[in-house]
Design a protein around this ligand. Structure first.
Ligand SMILES: Nc1ncnc2c1ncn2[C@@H]1O[C@H](COP(=O)(O)OP(=O)(O)OP(=O)(O)O)[C@@H](O)[C@H]1O
Ligand SMILES: [Mg+2]
Length: 475
């Protein structure tokens, strides 16, 4: 590239030099012609005043030629009819042809002064003629000098032009080289930095350049690299979350499957003789199967909420009957844990999916029961504020330690593994709640004091506009 810039630069400079040289030569040659004509006219006027037109004109014009430096100059006296009266070049002027058709003579007859450049047949030389109408007689006085235009000055003009072209070219080569370098060097540096793209974690360092265009390339590359890094980090994080999720899910399924298999093998090999024990094994197998089914349902629910591709049917859900229904279904669990449930629900409606709202209530109230103390209380309040539904689930339970508060919404996260194991569960409940809240663009807040109790506050829009719009679109 540097070579190409350099070559083009030199080509343009050379063309400019040739063009300017030609214009310069043409201008010089015009100036020289004008100057020479002016000087010759002056000489013609002086000579006109010096000549004695009554005397021997031939002798006088011959004498003019003898003046030092005038050897090549020709003087001619012509009458108004074009007849040559005296000529410093020709001995027998009478034999010369009539000059009335000569350009300079015609012009002098017309306007007093005439000029012409042509080859003289008499002298066989390229001559410049200046003719002037005499002010003292009825003649035309003509002066002629050898004139070959700018060629006459070529001796000093050509070296001068060549020297100036040479100097200009040397300076141009130097400037072209520097200019080409100043363009190609940053590009090479940028290209070198971009080669780092093949590295696993490229770190780009671009300089500040004189040309804005280079800085734009550098800045854009930096921005691209930053957003690439962000995307890579996000992909990596999501990959880790997924991996953790799969390993947790398979672990959660492996434990019940192992015990189911154990029971089945004992039964298959007739190792259990007692009928009551057999029945107990079957009950345990059934319980584990129910647990596994609920685990798989939870996983499917989360994945559907995450991809948002679920065919969710929205309708106006009456919250009070729904809450009563959930509480009724949880009554046996509450009894088991010796916990009482109270509700305070205003007659409110929300445009939502019934199944999702049921899941939300069910998970929060189940937790409030499971992580409670004997004779503990659960209070569920449903109220509204402007366009929002507010659901508050309070309990007088064991509470959540401060450092665990942020993590309880993670999939499979359980606060105290030992204690939670006794209680049972997989750690997906609150993750599902969080996904449902996000689905409706709501918020969830948790306040808790260890051994005092926990309060979950959820705010959901009464009519989630974004979902209604999407829903209508798909219909
Ligand atoms: N009301 C609460 N009081 C005290 N701790 C709670 C409460 N709700 C949740 N937690 C803690 O947060 C953890 C995560 O709750 P989450 O509902 O996600 O899982 P889980 O109840 O253990 O299992 P699952 O709900 O899937 O059956 C629980 O293991 C528990 O330690
Ligand atoms: Mg739970």
């Amino acid at each position: 590239m540097k070579r190409a810039i350099f070559q083009r630069f030199i080509l343009i400079i050379s063309l400019a030099l040739i063009l300017s040289g030609s214009i310069f030569s043409a201008a010089i040659s015009k100036i020289i012609l004008d100057r020479t004509e002016e000087n010759m006219l002056y000489t013609v006027r002086i000579t006109d005043h010096g000549l004695n037109y009554e005397g021997n004109l031939k002798a006088q014009v011959d004498a003019l030629k003898l003046v030092k430096g005038n050897e090549m100059t020709r003087f001619t006296v012509i009458d108004l009819g074009g007849k040559v009266i005296a000529d410093s070049e020709v001995v027998d002027s009478y034999t010369m042809e009539n000059h009335s058709d000569r350009e300079e003579i015609k012009e002098a007859l017309a306007i007093g002064i005439g000029y012409a450049t042509r080859k003289s047949e008499t002298l066989n030389l390229s001559m410049l003629y200046v003719a002037g109408l005499s002010e003292n007689s009825k003649y035309i006085l003509r002066m002629a000098v050898p004139f070959s235009g700018v060629e006459q000055y070529a001796g000093f003009l050509i070296p001068a032009i060549l020297i100036s072209i040479g100097i200009t070219l040397i300076v141009s080569i130097f400037i072209a080289n520097r200019f080409a370098s100043s363009v190609t060097k940053p590009l090479n540096e940028i290209a070198e930095e971009l080669n780092k793209l093949s590295q696993e974690k490229p770190e780009f360092h671009f300089k500040k350049y004189d040309f804005d265009e280079m800085n734009i390339i550098a800045d854009t590359t930096m921005k691209m690299s930053d957003s690439l890094k962000e995307s890579m980090a996000r992909i990596e994080f999501e990959r880790m979350v997924r991996q953790e999720f799969f390993s947790n899910a398979s672990h959660e399924l492996k434990t019940p499957l192992t015990s189911v298999r154990g029971y089945l093998e004992l039964l298959e090999n007739n190792m259990v003789a007692d009928e009551n024990m057999k029945k107990d094994f079957l009950v345990r197998i059934k319980k584990e199967t129910i647990n596994m089914t609920s685990l798989i349902n939870d996983i499917l629910m989360i994945s559907r909420l995450e991809t948002k591709e679920a065919e969710v049917t929205l309708s106006d859900v009456r919250l009070s009957p729904l809450l009563k229904d959930v509480c009724a279904s949880l009554e046996p669990l509450a009894k088991e844990y010796q916990v009482s449930i109270d509700t305070n629900c205003r007659p409110l409606m929300m445009h939502a999916n019934t199944q999702q709202l049921r899941e939300l209530f069910n998970n929060l109230i189940t937790n409030a029961i499971k992580y409670n103390k004997p004779n503990g209380k659960v209070l569920v309040t449903v109220t509204s504020e402007q366009d929002e539904i507010i659901i508050i689930v309070e309990d007088t339970g064991v509470g959540i330690p401060e450092d665990a508060k942020q993590r309880i919404f993670e999939r499979f996260y359980r606060v105290d593994k030992g204690r939670s194991k006794k209680v049972g569960g997989t750690g997906l409940g609150l993750s599902i709640v969080k996904h449902i809240v996000n689905y409706y663009s709501g918020t969830i807040e948790v306040q808790s004091k260890v051994m005092e109790g926990t309060t979950f506050t959820i705010r959901l829009p009464k009519r989630p506009v974004h979902l209604i719009v999407n829903h209508e679109k798909t219909e």
